[in-house]
Design a protein around this ligand. Structure first.
Ligand SMILES: Nc1nc2c(ncn2[C@@H]2O[C@H](COP(=O)(O)OP(=O)(O)OP(=O)(O)O)[C@@H](O)[C@H]2O)c(=O)[nH]1
Length: 427
């Protein structure tokens, strides 16, 4: 009986163990197959990347990104650009690099180059081509008429018209025609060469004047002390005052004279800058005031500075005054009076634009009433066929033409010499 019970118990235990093992195996098998299916189901379509973690979010607003020490700091040769290895060190989604100020090496300030200046002697000959417009009137027209031999009244009328059109004015034209008639018949002129000689003589004589043509721009001694020459440059806007002042400074510097420029044209904003540029080109000092400052005060300061520093000449560029504005014209008189508290004004150059013809003459008259003009500068003779204005303006003012402007170039200013001028006109 006991052995039967023992056998029964063993069989029961074996069955129980078998059942237990089978149950466990079945349960495990089920779980594996389930998980595998889910894995297949959850796999995203299209082969895209499935992130393993979520995106870190932070509240917006003022939170500042931590400063990143970028390796570029240590590698100046990459010049701030990403280079190989940068991404490895700084992940893409780390804070962006900020713009950094990089100190560039300073460029050495360029000293303004002082230019070489053409000698002034013989300039009118060298610039004679610039008078080509006026030359065609005098050279081609007049010589054509006079060189043709005996002139009838119609031909003399043509000579007269030609001179009038060249802006010689009625009085000067009459005098010239009369002289030409006399000389041509007295000398029994037959050839064009003889006609040219007579014309040259008559025109040159018309240009002669008792006035001194030298520009008074050299220093002198007062009470044993060197005093700079003081030159005022006056004229209507745009006639070429500033340009002439600059050109004249070059002429002086080329002769080893020291020059100071006074920018008393305080009306036109760019005038002082323009003068400063001229000064820098020749290495001269400039005295300038604020825009709109009293021109007389600037002129005074310039002359004072010139006296104190012992320069050879002070050239004062005055404002472009319209001759119709009497107040402004009076101011020019004031500039002169104020300057003369410092030093005598040696030269008042009136700049006239030759292309304005008769209008230029009207300006000259008004200026001469306000200020004692001592010399005339006739500019832009290169751009006009009316070179004859030279003849009129001298007669009108009784003041010599001292300088002529024959172009915009820095050395296109020539001393006025009647013989050379007429030569250039006749070609
Ligand atoms: N062709 C030619 N142009 C000239 C001559 N002189 C001056 N100019 C030109 O004329 C213009 C006026 O010259 P500026 O010197 O500025 O005249 P400004 O009288 O000082 O003028 P404001 O300062 O306005 O009163 C510039 O373009 C010069 O280059 C000359 O002889 N020939």
């Amino acid at each position: 009986m006991s052995s039967t019970w023992f056998l029964f118990v063993v069989v029961a235990v074996v069955v129980l163990v078998a059942l237990l093992v089978t149950g466990l195996l079945i349960a495990r098998k089920r779980r594996i197959s389930l998980d595998a299916r889910r894995e297949v189901e959850e796999k995203p379509k299209g082969g895209s990347y499935a992130a393993s973690g979520g995106i870190a979010l932070a509240p917006g607003g003022t939170a500042e990104a931590p400063e990143v020490q970028h390796p570029v700091e240590d590698r100046p040769e990459v010049d701030g650009q990403p280079a190989v290895g940068d991404d490895a060190a700084v992940p893409r989604d780390s804070a962006q690099r900020t713009v950094r100020d990089v100190k560039l090496p300073e460029e050495p300030a360029e000293a303004p180059a002082v230019e070489e200046i053409e000698p002034a002697t013989g300039r009118i000959e060298r610039l004679r081509g610039r008078l080509s417009k006026s030359r065609s009137v005098f050279g081609t027209s007049l010589l054509g008429l006079l060189g043709a031999g005996d002139l009838d009244e119609d031909s003399w009328q043509d000579v007269e018209d030609t001179l009038l059109m060249a802006d010689l004015g009625a009085a000067t034209t009459n005098q010239i025609v009369e002289r030409l008639r006399d000389e041509l018949s007295r000398r029994a002129v037959r050839s064009p060469a003889e006609a040219r000689e007579v014309l040259h003589e008559v025109l040159t004589a018309q240009l002669s004047t008792d006035g001194e043509r030298a520009v008074r721009a050299l220093p002198h001694v007062v009470d044993g002390k060197k005093q700079p020459a003081v030159v005022l440059v006056a004229g209507v806007n745009g006639t070429g005052k500033t340009t002439t002042t600059g050109k004249l400074a070059r002429v002086l510097v080329a002769q080893d004279k020291t020059v100071l420029l006074g920018a008393a044209d305080t009306f036109r904003a760019a005038a002082a800058d323009q003068l400063q540029t001229w000064a820098e080109r020749v290495g001269a000092e400039v005295v300038r005031g604020k825009e709109g400052a009293d021109p007389a005060a600037v002129a005074f300061d310039a002359v004072k500075r010139g006296v104190d520093t012992g320069v050879d000449a002070v050239l004062v560029d005055t404002a472009g005054r319209l001759h119709t504005k009497t107040g402004l014209m009076d101011e020019l008189g004031k500039v002169k009076r104020v300057v003369e508290k410092q030093a005598k004004v040696d030269e008042v150059l009136l700049v006239l634009d030759a292309t304005t013809g008769q209008n230029g003459l009207m300006q000259a008259r008004v200026f001469a009433e306000v200020i004692d003009v001592t010399g005339i500068v006739l500019t832009k003779l290169d751009g006009t066929a009316k070179g004859g204005i030279v003849f009129q303006v001298q007669k009108e003012l009784g003041v010599p033409v001292k300088l002529v402007g024959l172009g915009e170039g820095p050395d296109d200013l020539a001393p006025f010499e009647p013989g050379a001028f007429v030569d250039a006109l006749l070609g």
